[in-house]
Write a protein that binds this ligand. Structure first.
Ligand code: SF4
Ligand code: SF4
Length: 102
């Protein structure tokens, strides 16, 4: 499991820094960066708080995650989770009615 910042989406707002329970995220040249990725335990707090969908959580095949990439889109206070396979096919979206815009 690993968390990655998507640089072209990050706007450097700093919100993810304030919610990481391990204090693992810092700003580097106005972009979020995971300081010690090996210490991340995949709680997804940073994904949930980022307003710009700039963080992705990868589930490794070794952990039964098939290499899926998890991202979250916010609609008001509702979070919609999206799982994308390595071949870019969306395999899971928590609300199919909302998936059209995702
Ligand atoms: S919350 Fe999102 S946009 Fe803001 S610094 Fe973190 S990754 Fe970047
Ligand atoms: S998934 Fe959790 S532990 Fe990992 S960087 Fe994000 S907030 Fe921190």
């Amino acid at each position: 499991m690993s968390v990655k910042i998507i640089p072209d989406r990050c706007r450097g707002c700093g919100r993810c820094l304030t919610v990481c329970p391990g204090d693992l995220i810092a700003l580097d040249s106005s972009l979020a960066a995971i300081k010690e990725p090996e210490l991340c335990w995949g709680c997804a707090a940073c994904l949930k708080t980022c307003p710009y969908e700039a963080i992705a959580l990868y589930l490794s095949p070794a952990q039964g995650g098939r290499g899926l990439k998890l991202t979250i889109k916010k609609d008001g206070t509702t979070l919609f989770w999206k799982a994308t396979a390595p071949d870019y096919q969306t395999v899971i979206v928590t609300d199919s009615a909302k998936a059209k815009d995702y």
